[in-house]
Write a protein that binds this ligand. Structure first.
Ligand code: PLP
Length: 232
């Protein structure tokens, strides 16, 4: 069924791009400033290739091993992002595959990435994950921790700190996430003011809520099932 998978994935990608552009237009934003990360976790490299054929270049995986397995099967010009929880003992392997790490959730993990990046001669991009809802089940800095730790984080010279990332509590009603997205943007703006640093990036929005995240300022959305289908 490769043909029908290819047609379906390419049609889904077109829909997602159009939806992204419409959301950007509603917010009077340039769609070019929003990066679509196609989250290919659980799906085969062949399906990634269908998306590549449709012009997609940035892909997200949440498991280091899966990225390690898939990336060599695909063109080397692709840009791989690690989007989930990253264990400290997997940092070296992660940096070999991923240009960008989205789930930097502690100063300790950031220090480990900085250390390994120095040894490997790399300068990875990172997003600092914030747990604004303070959910016990989720990773991330609280806003308070981030205010405390940002100075130390900014001292890690190998890290290109792009901005903040959030995975809001899941709700059926995507509108319920809007206040979280707005709060992440407000925190970002506050940190820019206080620390005088560029923190342009907001990694927020998934398949069910990315248009809302874009309306609230997302610069990067992580979209999986709306492109590749439900993971079941
Ligand atoms: C799986 C995942 C996504 C994509 O989720 P979809 O609902 O399939 O779009 C985005 N971000 C993270 C961190 C994920 O783990």
């Amino acid at each position: 069924m490769a043909d029908s998978d290819s047609i379906r994935i390419q049609a889904n990608l077109e829909t997602v791009r159009a939806t992204l552009a419409a959301a950007a237009a509603r917010a009077q934003r340039d769609p070019e400033e929003i990066t679509l990360v196609a989250v290919s976790k659980t799906w085969p490299a062949e399906w990634v290739r269908f998306a590549v054929d449709a012009g997609q270049r940035v892909f997200g995986e949440n498991k280091v091993q899966e990225g390690e397995a898939k990336a060599p099967l695909l063109p080397s010009f692709l840009d791989w992002h690690h989007i989930g929880n990253l264990q400290k003992n997997k940092v070296r392997k992660a940096l070999a595959v991923f240009s960008t790490i989205h789930g930097v959730d502690s100063l300790e993990l950031a220090r480990q990435i900085d250390r390994v990046a120095a040894e490997e001669g790399l300068e990875p991009s990172v997003y600092l994950q914030v747990n604004l809802a303070r959910e016990a089940s989720k990773h991330g800095f609280t806003d308070e921790q981030l205010r405390q730790d940002l100075e130390a984080l900014l001292g890690l010279s190998r890290l290109r700190i792009q901005g903040l990332m959030i995975i809001p509590p899941f709700t059926e009603d995507a509108e319920a996430a809007r206040p979280m997205f707005a709060a992440l943007r407000a925190l970002r703006d506050e940190l820019i003011d206080r620390f005088g640093v560029p923190l342009p990036g907001l990694s927020m929005g998934m398949s069910h809520d990315y248009p809302i995240a874009i309306e609230e300022g997302a610069t990067l959305v992580r979209v999986g099932s709306a492109i590749f289908g439900s993971r079941g």
